[in-house]
Design a protein around this ligand. Structure first.
Ligand code: FAD
Length: 226
């Protein structure tokens, strides 16, 4: 993250400030704190969220997905050394994948990410599920006599989007319509697709180059007030 931020003026960043509404005709983005006039708006918010903010709500049932509950667990000593990540296609386990940060980064204590597939919108009892996660890790021999030193939880929702022929066609049409108004819906959830981080970097580098070219050719516009 620090490498990505290296060339940015920190004053251009505003964190914890969600986009809530877009005035498409006037080209004004409304956040929880202020109104920002734009020429081009690049959004990595999930496409259904952006469409709603733009006053063009998605068709009911068109955009479905699952959620993934992630537990990051730090232990007091090293565990397995021969693995970076492992899948568990076993309905008896609460997780489908476990990864070893310490083996990726050369750490000397077992540091895991544990991923659980869940229904979108579900309320999860995070503390109760931690007990189940640790029990299943013991059953797999990943946690033996390790002591948990610290842990962190985050739920990704949406996480894996459900792709259908209808959703793919709808995404293409809606993104093209938004782009006609200078709104570029990008990334995994902006494109409502399955992809990797590298795909997102390539897509947005290409867009940045195209926008830089088009902005250089555009006359300066009067900015709306507010
Ligand atoms: C469980 C899981 C495991 C994965 N593992 C890998 C892997 O090992 N390797 C890999 O390459 N890829 C992996 N991916 C894919 C990778 O995480 C994504 O491709 C990548 O994070 C997408 O980047 P993004 O910037 O498009 O979206 P995100 O990283 O989701 O960023 C979107 C940002 O938009 C913000 N946002 C949303 N709504 C609003 C709003 N209204 N206002 C303001 N901000 C908003 C969000 O807070 C978020 O910060 C995985 C994905 C999942 C779900």
């Amino acid at each position: 993250m620090r490498a990505l931020l290296h060339d940015l003026d920190p004053a251009t960043l505003s964190l914890g400030e969600p986009l809530v509404q877009v005035d498409v005709a006037r080209r004004v983005a409304v956040t929880a704190r202020r109104r920002i006039a734009y020429t081009h708006l690049v959004s990595s918010a999930p496409l259904p969220t952006l469409l709603t903010a733009c006053g063009q709500p998605p068709s009911p049932g068109m955009f479905a997905s699952n959620a993934v509950a992630v537990y990051n667990l730090g232990f007091d000593r090293k565990g397995r050394r021969d693995v970076h990540w492992m899948y568990f296609p076993d309905p008896a386990r609460c997780f489908y994948r476990v990864g070893w940060y310490d083996n990726l980064l050369g750490g000397d204590r077992q540091s895991l990410y544990v991923e659980l597939g869940r229904p979108s919108g579900e309320h999860l009892d995070v503390d109760q599920m931690l007990g189940r996660v640790l029990a299943d890790l013991r059953a797999e021999g990943i946690v033996v006599d390790h002591q948990l030193v610290d842990w962190h939880h985050v739920t990704l929702d949406p996480a894996y989007v459900h792709l259908t022929r209808a959703s793919i066609a709808e995404v293409a049409a809606r993104r093209a319509e938004l782009a006609g108004h200078g709104i570029h819906s990008v990334g995994r959830y902006g494109g409502w697709t399955y992809c990797s981080i590298e795909d997102n970097l390539i897509e947005t580098q290409d867009l940045a180059e195209r926008l830089a070219g088009s902005l250089a050719n555009e006359p300066t516009k009067a900015q709306p007030k507010g």
